[in-house]
Design a protein around this ligand. Structure first.
Ligand SMILES: [Fe+2]
Ligand SMILES: [Fe+2]
Length: 130
């Protein structure tokens, strides 16, 4: 089962950003699938590490675009990025301490926050820059 699906509404009409959004959706779905398949904790931890790094790089790209464009909502958007990264870190820590609780948290929340950020902050960025 895939948690997230690409939607045309997610498009920022900026090819580099769109490509990264698609890659992140694929990574998150793949991680979710591995959890469903009961992959080894080391495998899930590796996925989480890749997700964290990939998302961090993507956020940096968006933030540099926003700065160049003197985007009005820059501070709030950046803050939401930071909160999302903190949440991933918390999920990684929880998974590390308690695999079962970590699995539940990941399955419930991993795609959730992404969908929300896409639908709000990234959608507004789209309206300004797209
Ligand atoms: Fe964003
Ligand atoms: Fe984004």
């Amino acid at each position: 089962m895939s948690l997230l699906q690409w939607k045309p509404a997610y498009s920022l009409a900026i090819p580099s950003v769109d490509l990264e959004h698609r890659e992140m959706i694929a990574m998150i779905n793949e991680c979710h699938q591995r959890i469903e398949e009961d992959a080894k904790p080391e495998t899930i931890e590796r996925y989480l590490g890749e997700i964290y790094t990939g998302i961090g790089a993507h956020f940096a790209l968006e933030e540099s675009m926003m700065r160049r464009a003197a985007y009005a909502e820059y501070e709030a958007h950046k803050q939401d990025h930071e909160e999302l990264l903190d949440q991933i870190r918390d999920m990684m820590d929880l998974y590390d301490q308690d695999i079962e609780a970590g699995r539940r948290e990941l399955q419930e929340k991993l795609s959730d926050w992404f969908g929300r950020h896409f639908a709000t902050f990234d959608a507004r960025l789209h309206d300004q820059l797209g």
